[in-house]
Every structure is written in C-alpha cells, then in structure tokens.
Write a protein that binds this ligand. Structure first.
Ligand code: HEM
Length: 133
C-alpha cells in the first residue's frame, strides 16, 4: 500500500467509526433523556466525536494538499454535500458546547431529535459526495 493510500485509509477509518459513534451516542442520549437521567457525560462524548468528525474531515483536505499539492477539484453538487457536512458538524459541536457551558443535565425532545437527524443528513451527504466526485 502506498503512503498516500495508508494516510487516507487511516483518516477514513477514524471518520467512519466517528459517524457510527455520532449516531449511537444520539440514540443513547435519546433513551437516557427520555428516562430523565443525567446526560452530561454523553454530551461530552458528543462534543468529542463531532469535533473528531470535523478534524478528520479537515485532515482529508490536508492530506490531499500534502501529497498532491492541491485540494481535489470536485463538482458543485459535491461541494454542496461537503457544505452540508460542515454545517452539521458546526451545529452539533456548537450545541454540545453550549449545553455543557450551561451545565445542562438533561435535554428536550427537539435537541434529541437534532442529534439523531444530523448524522443521518451527514451520511446522506457523504454518499452524494462519494459518488459525485
Ligand atoms: C467538517 C465536516 C466533514 C468533512 C470536511 C468531511 C469530509 C469528508 C471527505 C473528504 C470524505 C471522503 C470523500 C470521498 O472519498 O469520496 C468523507 C467521507 C465520509 N464522511 Fe465525511 N466529512 C465531514 C463530516 C462528516 C460527518 C458529520 C459524517 C457522518 C456523521 C461523515 C461521514 C462520512 C462517511 C461515512 C464517509 C465515507 C463515504 C464513502 O466513501 O462511502 N462525514 N468525508
């Protein structure tokens, strides 16, 4: 395996596991909140996992820059998909940070649904990104 391929594979592995964790944690948050349990630790994990998604997403770009000297040229639909993913990360990360800052111990239905919906949207965007570029 070439160093470029190894770098992409390692980043992709972390990025894909992160996507699974973002959805899994959202389900856990949903169930625990519904039972009225303290969800502070889950909010911390959500902050870390969404931060990791953003960081590995950026690493994809930096790897291209390092090995190829430029970002990949991708069509408009792929750029839009990327924009959706970046917006999902920004929203989930900001909301998690905000809730932790406010010392929230439980979250309402709208926020629970947001955490479930965002990975679904980002995964759909990832599929479009993958097959349009
Ligand atoms: C800052 C935000 C993000 C950026 C910049 C980003 C960037 C990327 C890039 C460059 C790829 C490789 C695309 C390709 O090789 O075709 C990728 C793949 C992927 N991303 Fe993201 N991503 C972000 C957020 C997310 C999020 C939030 C999720 C899901 C929760 C996600 C899920 C995936 C999956 C599953 C793949 C693999 C797609 C495949 O090859 O089939 N990404 N991402």
């Amino acid at each position: 395996m070439q160093p470029t391929a190894i770098a992409y594979a390692v980043i992709q592995a972390i990025h894909n596991v992160g996507a699974g964790l973002a959805f899994g944690l959202a389900m856990l948050l949903f169930l625990k909140s519904a039972r009225g349990e303290n969800v502070k630790s889950i909010l911390w994990f959500l902050l870390i996992v969404w931060g990791l998604q953003g960081a590995t997403g950026i690493l994809f770009g930096l790897t291209s820059l390092y090995f190829h000297g430029a970002f990949p040229q991708i069509p408009l639909i792929a750029q839009a998909s990327m924009g959706i993913k970046v917006a999902s990360v920004a929203l989930a990360f900001f909301v998690s940070a905000w809730l932790l800052y406010k010392k929230a111990e439980n979250v309402g239905m709208k926020i629970r649904l947001m955490y479930i919906t965002l990975p679904v949207i980002a995964l759909i965007a990832a599929s479009v990104l993958r097959w349009s570029s």
